[in-house]
Structure formats: C-alpha cells, structure tokens
Design a protein around this ligand. Structure first.
Ligand code: SF4
Length: 375
C-alpha cells in the first residue's frame, strides 16, 4: 500500500479578514454550507477506486474555518473518508479553527469522531494589530477556544501567529510569543504578512504603520532563538514544534509525497500528476469538474521542486534521500550552493546542506540561483 495525505477545503469563515487571499467567503447560509458538505462527500466517495492501493496517513481540514461546520457535518465527512479510503490506525486528523468558532461541545465531539490535532489562528495577542488585520477576536477569545480544546482532550495543538503586521514592534511581537508559552503549544506556525494585491489591507497599506524590513527580519531571528530556547524547535522556515509534534500532513508537501486535495481551490499531487481546482463554488455545487490546472512534471522539474521543498526544512537537503529518489547524487545543486555557504546563508550538514536562520530570511532570492523554476 502506498501512503497518502488528504486535504479537504472548507471555504467558509465568519467574516473575511482584510489581508485574506485564501478561498473563503462569509458563511452566508446554512443551506449553502449543507450543500457544500454533500458535494464534498460525493467528491470524496468518487476516489474509492483510484485510491485502492493507498493507505491514508493524514487528513487535513483546511480553509476557511472548518470548525464553522456542525459536529454532524464533520462526522458525515469523516465517515465518507473512512468508507472510501483505507485509513491507518494512527492517522493524523487535523482541522483549522478560529477563535470563537468552536466550543467544548464541538471539540469533544470532534475528539470522539477521531480528530487528534487542531490548529488555532491567533495571529497577534494585541487588539490594535488584530483590528488592522480585520480579525474579529481578541486574545481572551483565543484563550477560551484554546482552553476548551484542551479540556476536550486535544493533546496536539498548533497556534498561528504573524509578524510584519501593522502597528507591530519587536517588543509587541515578543509579547505575543511570551503570552503563548504558558499554554505549552505543541506546534507554532509563524508567517510573515504578505500584502496580496486586491485585498482591503493592500488598498490602504500606505496609511498604516508597518514595521520595516530590518525590524521584521529581527523579529524573525529573535523568534527562532526564543522558541528554540523554550522547546519549540524550528523544523521548517515558518514552523516550530516540540519533539514528536511536527505536522505530519505538511511534511508530506515538503517531502514531495503524494496527497489529494478535494473541494474548491484544493491542490493535489497524485499518481505523478499535479492538479488544482478553481475557486468557483457555484460550479462545484452544480457538480461540474472545476479542475483549473493539470500537469505531469518531468524528471528535471521534480528534482528542482524536491530541492526547493527540502530546503524549506531546517534539516535541509540530504544527498542520500535525493539519490534514493532520483538515482543519482545532487552534486550539481550542491555546487551551486557553495557561494551561499561561504556567505553563511547556507550551512553544510552531515549529508547535505541547509539554510541558516539568516538564509531563511532571503531564501527565495537564494533558491532562484540554485533551482530552475518552470516558467
Ligand atoms: S480566518 Fe483565515 S481563511 Fe478565514 S478570512 Fe481570515 S485569513 Fe481568510
């Protein structure tokens, strides 16, 4: 049996955050959500034959805000997953969640039906920063959701934070991280805010006080040290975990393993084919095929992509793993890394090379010199 990860996109949120470019829309009506769940279940069930030789190791409910669904709807989806796939006994079953979109009752029901990991979006502990992002919760609301998840029995919790956001200073970001430590998160994801064109935040960016590039870089480097000193080791450019709590689902992306993404805007890398859905919910609900992109990457493209993905990891690119996968050494890639090793942006490891924290800050520019992107 071949290992597989499953991503399910739930495109509904309470309201739209000002920076958001994800495929999510305000949850307008119960009927719309109900219709989406039914369509998603039909979609999942349709993969039974194609996935006969696969065993499911991870299921990830992303969005959007999956915890806007009722326990009954989540159960219906998971039941369909179980009827369709061979699910491993210790399958990681995660859901993204936003403060005040779940309560102890929902979380207890989720634990009972098999969810074992929750990822909760905080972004910042400061009201002014949250308001600038259009987030509708405050730190207390987050705390309540977090505590209710713990009380319901979730022993694997992630918290999302952001840096480089309006009104933020090095001090306020440090405070956000300090306030999280007593909660003993098993996992923390920290993303730099990117201003996506067309979003309300992008339109009024020049009226807001953003930290500059140097301040943002300092926030990142201090965070890496601070979290590492407190048991949350960096294992990927934006991700930190206690031992044994790396996200198994996200590792599949970075290790270029197979995964299936279902629902609007979901992407897949399955049986050698990469494909992605468009964002048209109405068309999806009508039962139309909403595949918007499809390609069969060749060997060179795969090698380049693999190098790029592995270098996102703190452990970096390993020659042995590369050789096992592609049948030859990664010599050409390592040769291109030499100047960056001299500059201290990459470092040699026992069997390869990895970015240093300073290197992660400029990884896109360095990668463009090391790998060839299709274009
Ligand atoms: S909660 Fe996440 S997905 Fe939903 S609107 Fe905000 S940023 Fe977008």
């Amino acid at each position: 049996m071949k290992p597989l990860g499953l991503y399910l996109h739930i495109p509904f949120c309470r309201s739209k955050c000002l920076y958001c470019d994800f495929c999510s829309l305000p949850a307008r009506s119960e009927e719309l959500i109900g219709a989406y769940v039914r369509r998603l279940c039909r979609d999942i069930a349709g993969w039974k034959e194609a996935c006969r030789e696969y065993t499911l190791q991870t299921v990830y409910f992303g969005g959007g805000t999956p915890t806007l669904l009722s326990a009954k709807q989540l159960e219906e989806i998971l039941q369909t997953v179980r009827q369709t796939f061979s699910v491993e006994a210790d399958c990681e079953v995660s859901a993204e969640c936003n403060p005040a979109t779940g309560d102890r009752e929902l979380f207890s029901a989720m634990r009972a039906m098999g969810f074992n990991r929750l990822s909760i979006g905080l972004q910042s502990a400061h009201r002014e920063e949250l308001r600038a992002l259009g987030r509708t919760h405050d730190f207390d609301g987050f705390l309540q959701t977090w505590n209710e998840a713990r009380q319901a029995g979730f022993e694997n919790l992630n918290v999302d934070v952001m840096f480089g956001i309006p009104y933020q200073t090095g001090e306020s970001f440090a405070k956000t991280l300090e306030k999280l430590l007593p909660l003993s998160p098993e996992h923390l994801s920290a993303y730099a805010l990117t201003l996506e064109e067309g979003t309300p935040l992008w339109r009024r960016a020049d009226k807001l006080p953003f930290p500059d590039e140097e301040q943002t870089a300092k926030m990142y480097l201090r965070m890496v040290d601070f979290l590492g000193a407190n048991g949350l080791e960096q294992y990927e450019i934006s991700n930190f975990a206690r031992t044994g709590y790396q996200s198994r689902h996200n590792r599949k992306y970075w290790d270029m393993e197979e995964y299936l993404g279902l629902g609007v805007a979901a992407h897949s890398d399955f049986a050698g084919v990469r494909f992605g859905n468009g964002r048209d919910i109405e068309a999806y609900l009508r039962g139309e095929d909403i595949c918007a992109e499809k390609s069969v990457p060749g060997a060179t493209e795969r090698e380049n992509e693999y190098v790029m993905l592995q270098l996102r990891l703190a452990e970096g690119l390993k020659n042995g793993a590369f050789r096992e996968r592609f049948g030859h050494d990664a010599t050409a890639f390592f040769a291109k890394m030499e100047p960056w090793i001299q500059k201290g942006l990459l470092r040699r490891t026992a069997d390869g090379a990895a970015f240093t924290p300073e290197g992660f800050l400029v990884s896109n520019a360095v990668l463009s010199e090391i790998v060839e992107f299709e274009g």
